[in-house]
Structure formats: structure tokens, C-alpha cells
Write a protein that binds this ligand. Structure first.
Ligand code: NDP
Ligand code: HSE
Length: 435
């Protein structure tokens, strides 16, 4: 009789995702055993809170509060890092790889910050560093990019890749909830990061965009250089005016290669035409559209956050290790710079824009705004002046033709200084998803 094959797992962190991994490994243990031809067994759990471990039914005998009990234990084949953050998690992953263990992580913040070194380290020790759960929750996007689309040059990637923000915008749009109430609901459901500002200020989506960029284009966007704006400043009137104009406001990640090998990478609230499939992605769902030069457009959709969808992705990495045996397959380190691509400066990016001004209600205002825009060679494609007053001002919503960011910034700065303009102008990009 053949000896039983086993993948021995050291699980670090039993919060939202760690709890989901523990529960679902147990729930589908037989199925996984049959599919992988190996048992996926958690042999050690790193946890800080004994009460949480008891709640999950984790036996005391495998619990530890000491990371070394995972990294130095020869009985652990793979360390699953689900503690989050960029300090302890970084130490844990480096120590695990150095000790000859494979690593599975969901930690996009850490990969965006130290991915280049961590993948180089994994390569040096010839261990796997797998990260399916780091982008788009339960959607198998990393495997799609790494394996399914390997024959393609990636032309563009458009993604709704933060579940919390999409959930908040959906509750604000469709149920009329206030921002704070919607955020509290997202936190209660386990969608938000431990530090929720990472979600609402756009950083989490930017971390994920950096991971996707490294996979698709072979370079890591330097920390702090990825243009990022979140939804914390989004106001309901802009959602309503966008709808009147035929758009939905979404936190969108855009990753697009130019023929000169520069790559536009950004995360911003963006007006998406209602006719586009991404406009209808609501709640905690994520969706990513990838265009390859061989395959054309492909679309990936599913739950982008939460215990179970994320556990599904983590377990898929564990199953890969279990199926492939101890050495697995050799892969080039992610973002190893084999391509000539580089980040496109934000000032050079060309896009359409939505502009909302709070102006005094008097004749000639639109003409003054139009004159300034024209002086910067920016055309207007449509204008709406909703019939609502805020004190002595009225809103003026202007849709701009394609323009370079540099020109738009200069024009907006000039418009903001006009005496008839009474508040800081609000601008959002408009995405056309050109073919
Ligand atoms: P949680 O905050 O729910 O869980 C983290 C757990 O790790 C907590 O139980 C925490 O303990 C524990 N922990 C933190 N530091 C240490 C340490 N040094 N030693 C031992 N335990 C530690 O976070 P999530 O489960 O939501 O997220 C985990 C990771 O997964 C993050 O990297 C996150 O970005 C990522 N992720 C999360 C998703 C989600 O939907 N939530 C989806 C995709 C990825 P304590 O309770 O004591 O603080
Ligand atoms: N906080 C993240 C989100 C978790 O809401 O998308 C999934 O990465």
C-alpha cells in the first residue's frame, strides 16, 4: 500500500481569512484529499488570542504564539501567512523561505512593498511563494494571468478590485446609506482591512494593481509612485450627476500598456459607462477585464473579499502545492524585470474628465470656464446645470473631451481661482474602454 502523501501546513493568523481557511480545509478535507492525492493537514497554528482559537475549535496542542514554532519546525512544509501588515509578516515569510518552506500569502500590502525581494528570495531557496488570495478575493485571477493567459501580451487590465469600496458605493447608490454607515457594515462583514483607511483611501486597490502589474508587465511600481485616490471624498451628488450623464462611479484600477512600453497604472474613482459590464458589478463583488493580444477580452467576476471567498483562493494555492509534491514547478520570480516596461508618468496620461464646480448663479459663468478650458486646449463634450442650490452657489457639471492630465491640472487650478467659483473643483476620470 502506498504511504499517505501529506501537505503539512503552518497557519499563521486566525482572523477573518485564517478562520475561513481553517474551517474550509476541515469542511472539504475529503474532497481535497481525493483531488490532490494528498491530505492537507494543519499541524501548527500561530495565534495571539486563545479565545478565537477556541471559537474555531483549534486544538490547544497545535497552537503557538511563537512564530519560530512554525518557521523552525521540520514538520511544517508550508507556512500560510494571514497575519497581515508589513513587519511581522515580512519577517515570517523571509524566515519561512530561508528554512526551506513554501509560503502562501494573501498579503498584497507586503507584496507591493517588498515583492521584488521576496520573490527573489523564494527563487534563491527554490521554494514557492504563492499569492492567489492577494488580488480580487475568491476570483482565480493570479492563475489566469500566470497560466491561462501566458501566451498573451497583456494590452490592458481594468478592475474593480476592492470589495469594501465597491460595497460602500453600492450601498450609498442603491440604498441611500451614508458613507459611515456603509463602511461600518463592510467592516462587520469582514471585508475591510484591519486598517480600513487602506481600503477607502485606495491603497489596497493600489497594492493589488502593483501585484497585477508585476505579473503582467514584469516590473514592480516603486512604492508611493502609483497614482492613487480612494472613495473617502466621494459625495452623493457626484454619484447622482454621473448617473444622469449615463455613468456609474466606481473605484477602478486601470493598467494599460502604450506602444512605447510605458504602462499606465492608476487607481481612482472613475465614471464607467452604464453600458459597460463593469458598471453593473455591485456589492462586494470584484470584476477584472483583461485584454490579451492573442485571446482578446476576458472577464473574471466573483466575491472580492470576506472569509470564505478568500479562503477558497488560499486553499487553491495549498492544493497546488499538495498536487505538485514537495518541489513543485520552477517559476521565474514575479516582477523580475524581463520586459522593457516602465511606469508612465501621471502627467502624460490622457483621459476624459468629469468636472463639478460650485459657482455663483449669474450669467457668463459657463463662458468663463469654457474660455479657460479652451486656452488649455480642452474641449467640452456636455454640460449640465442641475437645479439645486447650496447657499448662494449652484452646481455646474462639465464633461471634458480627451485631455492630458498636465493640461487638466493647470486649467482646474486656474478655474479654482475665479471669484465665481466658490469651492474646490471636483474631478473624476471618465473611462471609455477604447478598443
Ligand atoms: P484579521 O485582522 O481579521 O486577521 C489577522 C489575524 O492575525 C488576527 O487574528 C491577528 O490577531 C493576527 N495577528 C496579527 N499579527 C500577528 C502576529 N504578529 N502574531 C500572531 N498573530 C497575529 O485580517 P484578515 O484575516 O482580514 O486579513 C489577513 C490578511 O489577508 C491581510 O494581509 C489582508 O490584507 C488579506 N486579505 C484579507 C481579505 C479579507 O476579505 N478580509 C481578502 C484578501 C486578502 P489579533 O486578533 O490579536 O489582532
Ligand atoms: N479589504 C479588501 C477588500 C479585502 O475589501 O477588497 C480583499 O482583498
Amino acid at each position: 500500500m502506498p504511504t499517505e502523501r501529506k501537505l503539512r501546513i503552518g497557519l499563521a493568523g486566525i482572523g477573518t481569512v485564517g478562520g475561513g481557511v481553517w474551517a474550509n480545509l476541515a469542511r472539504n478535507a475529503d474532497l481535497l484529499q481525493r483531488r490532490c492525492g494528498a491530505t492537507l493537514e494543519v499541524v501548527r497554528v500561530l495565534a495571539r488570542r486563545a479565545d478565537r482559537a477556541r471559537e474555531l475549535g483549534i486544538p490547544e496542542a497545535i497552537l503557538t504564539a511563537d512564530p519560530e514554532r512554525l518557521t523552525a519546525d521540520p514538520a511544517v512544509d508550508v507556512v500560510v501567512e494571514l497575519i497581515g501588515g508589513t513587519t511581522d509578516a515580512d519577517r515570517l515569510i523571509r524566515a519561512s523561505l530561508a528554512a526551506g518552506k513554501h509560503v502562501v500569502t494573501a498579503n498584497k500590502a507586503l507584496l507591493a512593498k517588498h515583492g521584488r525581494e521576496l520573490f527573489a528570495l523564494a527563487s534563491q531557496y527554490r521554494r514557492q511563494l504563492l499569492f492567489e488570495a492577494s488580488v480580487a478575493g475568491g476570483i482565480p485571477l493570479i492563475k489566469a494571468l500566470r497560466e491561462g493567459l501566458v501566451a498573451n501580451r497583456i494590452e490592458s487590465i481594468y478592475g474593480i478590485i476592492n470589495g469594501t469600496c465597491n460595497y460602500i458605493l453600492s450601498l450609498m447608490n442603491d440604498r441611500g446609506l451614508g458613507y459611515a454607515e456603509a463602511l461600518a457594515d463592510a467592516k462587520a462583514k469582514g471585508y475591510a482591512e484591519a486598517d480600513e483607511s487602506l481600503d477607502v483611501e485606495g491603497h489596497d486597490a493600489a497594492h493589488k494593481a502593483a501585484v497585477i502589474t508585476a505579473l503582467a508587465y514584469g516590473f514592480w511600481v516603486p512604492e508611493g509612485e502609483l497614482p492613487t485616490e480612494g472613495i473617502a471624498g466621494v459625495r452623493r451628488p457626484d454619484i447622482i450627476y454621473a448617473r444622469q450623464l449615463g455613468y456609474e462611479l466606481k473605484l477602478l484600477a486601470v493598467i494599460k500598456a502604450d506602444p512605447d512600453d510605458s504602462v499606465e497604472v492608476r487607481v481612482q474613482p472613475t465614471l464607467v459607462p452604464k453600458s459597460h459590464v463593469l458598471a453593473s458589478v455591485g456589492g462586494v463583488f470584484n470584476a477584472v477585464m483583461v485584454r490579451g493580444d492573442v485571446v482578446g477580452d476576458t472577464l473574471y467576476y466573483g466575491r472580492g473579499a470576506g472569509a470564505h471567498p478568500t479562503a477558497s483562493a488560499v486553499i487553491s494555492d495549498l492544493a497546488e502545492l499538495a498536487c505538485l509534491g514537495s518541489e513543485g514547478i520552477y517559476r521565474l520570480p514575479v516582477g523580475c524585470g524581463t520586459c522593457a516596461h516602465r511606469l508612465k508618468p501621471i502627467e502624460d496620461i490622457i483621459s476624459r474628465y468629469y468636472l463639478r464646480l460650485a459657482v455663483v448663479d449669474q450669467p457668463g459663468v459657463l463662458a468663463r470656464v469654457a474660455t479657460i478650458l479652451a486656452a488649455h486646449r480642452i474641449g467640452i463634450s456636455s454640460v449640465i446645470q442641475p437645479e439645486s442650490h447650496e447657499g448662494d452657489t449652484v452646481p455646474l457639471v462639465v464633461m471634458l473631451h480627451d485631455a492630458q492630465e498636465r493640461a487638466v491640472r493647470a486649467a482646474i487650478a486656474e478655474i479654482a481661482q475665479q471669484d465665481v467659483v466658490r469651492a474646490q473643483p471636483v474631478t473624476y476620470r471618465v473611462e471609455d474602454f477604447e478598443t
